[in-house]
Design a protein around this ligand. Structure first.
Ligand code: NI
Length: 167
């Protein structure tokens, strides 16, 4: 297993739309293992392949406090959404930035597990937020793009300043 470098907003590669996985082979299984290791190490509660510059529809999530409930979703698709919630979100690609984003309160998503079995997850609360956030990444969208232009500009400036300090 190996840790994968995570792209940082506003890297243009975060805007790429990921392609569906047509065959779950060893390279996909290796990607899933590396993504899980990278997410746990960060630490984060979710990671999309887009963030590690692999433009395939693969997501790993673990919202458990015990960090042992890994959920791997291949070709995830939201088939139902319901209600509204506002939650403070962060992202491994936007370090140090936390902002409130409006999302559906509950979503039902269909996906393939790493064995290629079609599954459904019925999620609310944090898991629902995380699913929407990660599926957005596969569409080339970072959570800050849900915010006003003014807020986005402030975030870009703050990140640029951070980059200069750490460079
Ligand atoms: Ni993210």
């Amino acid at each position: 297993m190996s840790l994968l470098p995570i792209l940082r907003f506003p890297d243009p590669r975060l805007r790429k739309v990921a392609a569906p996985v047509d065959r779950i082979d060893e390279s996909i299984r290796r990607l899933v293992r590396d993504m899980a290791e990278t997410m746990y190490e960060a630490p984060g509660i979710g990671l999309a392949a887009t963030q590690v510059d692999v433009h395939k529809r693969v997501i790993v999530i673990d919202v458990s406090e015990t960090r042992d409930q890994l959920l791997t979703l291949i070709n995830p698709e939201i088939v139902e959404r319901d209600g509204v919630q506002v939650c403070e979100e962060g992202c491994l690609s936007v370090p140090g930035i936390y902002e409130r984003v409006e999302r559906a309160e509950r979503v039902i998503a269909r996906y393939l597990d790493p064995d290629g079995v079609q599954r459904t997850v019925d999620a609310s609360g944090l898991l629902a937020v995380c699913l929407q956030h990660e599926i957005d990444h596969l569409e080339g969208r970072v959570f800050v793009e849900h915010l006003s232009q003014l807020k986005q500009m402030r975030i870009r400036n703050k990140l640029a300043k951070q980059a200069r300090i750490t460079a």
